[in-house]
Design a binder for this molecule. Sequence first.
Ligand code: UD1
Length: 418
Amino acid sequence: MRKILINGNKRLAGEVRISGSKNAALAILAATILLPGKTIIRNVPDLLDIKTIIRVLQRLGLRAEYSASQENTVEIWNRGVKHVAPYELVTKMRASFFVIGPILARQGLAKIPLPGGCAIGSRPVNLHIKGLEALGAKVRIEHGFVIAEAAGLKGDRVYLDFPSVGATESVMMAAALAAGETIIENAAGEPEIVDLANFLNLAGAKITGAGTEEIRIQGVKELSPVEYRVIPDRIEAGTFILAVAITKGEALIRDIVPEHIESVVRKLKETGLEIEMLAKDLRVSAKNGFKAVDLKTMPHPGFPTDMQPQFCSFLSLAQGTSVITETVFENRFMCVHELRRMGAEIKLEGQSAIITGVPELSSAPIKVSDLRAGAALVIAGLAAKGETLIEDRDHHIERGYEKLIYKLRSLGADIKEV
Ligand code: UD1
């Protein structure tokens, strides 16, 4: 079990570099199944989830090696892929399920365990299945596995009832090698989708419209191996901005893509934070405090659900009352109960949290339920008076934040693993 001890109420200052995007890297690594030969992916964050997808690729018969010393690079040698994904890895990390599209496209058969629910909601895969069926796959569920078969995938129109990130990625990867044209309607437009499309296009795919709600994929016969660099992690960037801001600090957040964090920055400016956008960096200052705002999570370009728990912590110390409404996941206020134990005043009403700002938070022993809740509690601990002990039994925080403790210490935080 991992425990993190924070001696809070210290102003953060300095600069921090943002790592590569976890979610983009996960999708791109899954997509290497489509590319025969040797592919090199750079700027892949050194995280538990990345280790998991690398193990999935290895169990599928690919050779995949991670090197943190050389620009966080993964080298993949693909000489063919097996069609069964390992149960213990897919149930450990839901994104492992996204290999279903590329395996089906390469092998005509994919047998992938159903990932099941998780702390933030039931998270079904019906839209992935609907998309693959539209491309001609026959899909059945047997003994806890999703089995998809297709003698040859054929492009068609796919309408997603919700712009699911994972389903858009599964269908895009499968359609890259399908015969003819696939049109994904109501597609997700997250920057990670655009990064996956850029990667596939570099490898020879013909994908247009990524980042909009209609993506067109003209299938090609085969893709070729490439070298590619993953985009910076916009959620890590947002998390660090809040970590600095909640301590009334001031810092330079380096290696970001400003357009990727527009909706978050807009909200932060509404709170009164001073934010200066530079070409690839951002300067934040919270010296003059911050006030309450209302926000609602939405698919991109709306406010990202992956930043919502961190805002719950931050707004707990804002002047006034904020209302946060979650529309993407049904159970994503897991950190609220722990925040209340630290003195936050938060009422839950349906899918909304009503947060009345308090002058200070106080330390408490607290438990982490999921990745972003973990980040939220670290943020709260940085501002709280006294020693906050965070128990992260399942290593959730390591799933998504590269060198979090090291980076926060470099900004002056008193934080350590115990
Ligand atoms: C991805 C991100 C995750 C982020 C989420 C929403 C990765 C690895 N993870 O997750 O960090 O929080 O996008 O931005 O990229 N849904 C269905 N049926 C499906 C698929 C999804 O009903 O087949 C629902 C989900 O239950 C959820 C909503 O759609 O309520 C959004 O989920 P989705 O966009 O698919 O999230 P993920 O791709 O799993």
